[in-house]
Design a binder for this molecule. Structure first.
Ligand code: MTE
Length: 325
């Protein structure tokens, strides 16, 4: 779906994928060599990729973009949260090479006309892909600007024809401690789970992403497919999804189980509601440039709903956001 309108929070899409070239997910990878020196924060690591990097062909440009410069590729692949590969920010880049993103099966279940197990290649076709540059605001008060490649989640959901009882969509990450060695530790309650209310899931901003910078999703960023919900804290953007289910009741979510007073179901970015242990008023933008010092750049103001309020504030118009945090 090509969204034609331009909202306040959007600027012109960058030229990033104009160089994109490729035709079929089965042949995504053209063996483009990893070039450039990886120099970043807080220490230098070599990113892990199961296959050589390559560009997608013909990723549609959309008006979704940022006036801000995107975080460098090295930046967004070397500072990650992916507890399945360790709890440190550089652990995923070092350890995620054990993940095998192909072939990949997603099981769709619950209150829908169509359910079953599907190969990701059959669910998302390369010609459906588009680029959207979104801010990602982590609950830990840092942020990045990321040129995602993906498909609006609504385009996938409607194919399964959820019925009127389906009020929420639940997501699960793979459980396999050989591929995801961090699951040998009980750092979180596996599988990592997340959920959205149906109206959030079908909001045109919500993306099922399969790449960044015109390239297949790096393992450490959630290969082969992850959720991106730009107006919510980053932890809602569940990685390496293997299950999607349409459910009647609000599903339980990993971070809510972990610390219910700190992480609510909604988790909308909101500078007016502090996390119990720190302020959410400001964030550090990780540009990926400038090595270690990038982390210590002055903080910028966090925007209500991460700057996407014009598109999504209506979803919560009758809700007490302090109660439903
Ligand atoms: N998904 C899974 N399966 N496991 C995780 O640990 N971390 C979340 C989210 N999705 C996480 C996850 C958190 S806390 C954030 S901030 C984002 O992924 C980080 O995405 P990035 O590393 O691609 O920037």
């Amino acid at each position: 779906m090509l969204i034609k309108y331009v909202k306040k929070s959007e600027a012109k899409s960058s030229e990033i994928t104009s160089k994109a070239m490729f035709l079929d997910r089965r042949n995504f990878f053209q063996g483009v060599a990893i070039t450039g020196v990886i120099s970043l924060l807080p220490k230098i690591v070599t990113p892990s990729f199961a296959s050589p990097r390559a560009k997608f062909l013909n990723v549609k440009k959309t008006p979704f973009g940022e006036a801000e410069k995107p975080t460098t590729f090295d930046g967004l692949t070397n500072y990650n949260n992916f507890y399945e590969f360790g709890t440190g920010k550089t652990d995923p880049a070092q350890n995620a090479h054990t993940l095998k993103p192909e072939p990949w099966t997603i099981e769709v279940s619950g209150l829908a006309k169509k359910t079953g197990k599907f190969n990701l290649d059959d669910l998302i076709k390369p010609h459906q892909l588009e680029e959207r540059i979104y801010r990602l605001r982590c609950v830990e008060a840092w942020s990045m600007v990321i040129p995602w490649v993906g498909i609006p989640l609504v385009d996938i959901i409607k194919r399964f024809e959820p019925n009127s009882k389906a009020k929420f969509v639940a997501f699960e990450t793979l459980v396999d401690d050989e591929q995801m060695p961090g699951q040998k530790n009980r750092s979180l309650d596996w599988p990592y789970t997340e959920g959205l209310r149906m109206d959030e899931a079908i909001n045109p901003l919500t993306l099922l992403a399969v790449g960044v910078y015109g390239e297949r999703m790096p393992n450490q960023n959630g290969a082969p497919v992850r959720l991106v919900v730009p107006w919510k804290y980053g932890f809602k953007s569940i990685k390496s999804i293997v299950k999607i289910s349409f459910v009647e009741k609000e599903p339980s979510t990993t971070w809510n189980i972990q610390a219910p007073n700190e992480y609510g179901f909604y988790s909308n970015v909101n500078p007016n509601i502090d996390h119990p242990r720190w302020s959410q008023k400001r964030e550090r933008r990780i540009t990926g440039e400038g090595g270690l010092s990038a982390m210590f750049r002055p903080k910028i103001e966090t925007q209500f709903m991460n700057g996407y309020a014009e598109e999504v504030a209506d979803l919560y118009k009758n809700m007490d956001l302090k109660k439903f945090f």
